[in-house]
Design a protein around this ligand. Structure first.
Ligand code: MN3
Length: 249
């Protein structure tokens, strides 16, 4: 009795699968060719060009990493941010808007796309700053920033050591940051994923991207070696000016 039932069940199941498969095949055959996929949105945000050639940061950061990091990874953050915003057309972001304003006001973004804006918008903002804070020839902090690094954080050597420690301590992906806090004091923090310091009420001055895509081709698992090398190509002239502008604001 039991065996018979089992056999019947097996037969029924096999028949059901066969009929489902046939049904799929016939409905697939009758489906008209789909219309061309809609083109992905091209705005409101666009990928900024690198401010130097791809091999400018050699040997600290290799050209192939720069190609992938900028042309693929950063581009993907921009595209996915635009795609997310396209899902909520009632939430209008004008072309030319600054992604940083979105991140500072994340609570105003519709909940259905808030996480996407946080991740993809954070990625766009963080990388847009990252490229500008690096240059072929490194420099040293100057002026008010140099004084503040001494006064607030005990000097550049301590900053380097602490940012390396924070970067090494990021489990998985994230960034090690030099920021201005709400009281305009220099502070060092680590943030996970593409979270922006702007979301925490901080103003980002310089971040070290410790995602594996930032270093793995050249440094493999040696994140600490990548962080050590990056100090050779930090554009402190740019960061010093960014600090001055933020203090004057
Ligand atoms: Mn990156």
């Amino acid at each position: 009795m039991l065996t018979t039932r089992r056999q019947a069940l097996k037969t029924f199941t096999a028949a059901a699968i066969a009929s489902t498969a046939l049904g799929r095949i016939s409905s697939f055959a009758q489906t008209p060719a789909p219309a061309a996929a809609p083109k992905p949105p091209t705005g409101p945000f666009t990928l900024p060009p690198l401010p130097y050639v791809y091999d400018a940061l050699e040997p600290s950061i290799d050209a192939e990493t720069m190609h992938l990091h900028h042309d693929k990874h950063h581009a993907a953050y921009v595209n996915k941010l635009n795609e997310a915003l396209a899902k909520e057309p009632s939430f209008v972001v004008a072309p030319g808007s600054n992604v940083d304003d979105l991140l500072k006001n994340l609570a105003t973004v519709p909940e259905s796309i808030r996480l996407a804006v946080r991740n993809q918008g954070g990625g766009h903002s963080n990388h847009s700053l990252f490229w500008q804070t690096l240059s072929a020839k490194g420099s040293a902090p100057t002026g008010a920033l140099a004084k503040a690094l001494d006064a607030d954080l005990g000097g550049l050597d301590k900053v380097k050591a602490e940012m390396a420690k924070l970067g090494a301590g990021v489990f998985g992906s994230g960034w090690s940051w030099l920021v201005l806090d709400g009281g305009k004091k220099l502070t060092l923090i680590a943030l996970p994923n593409q979270d922006s310091p702007l979301m925490e009420g901080h103003y980002p001055l310089f971040g070290i991207d410790v995602w594996e895509h930032a270093y793995y081709l050249k440094y493999h698992n040696l994140r600490a070696d990548y962080i050590t090398a990056i100090w050779n190509i930090v554009n402190w002239d740019f960061i010093s000016k960014r600090y001055d502008a933020a203090m004057a604001a």
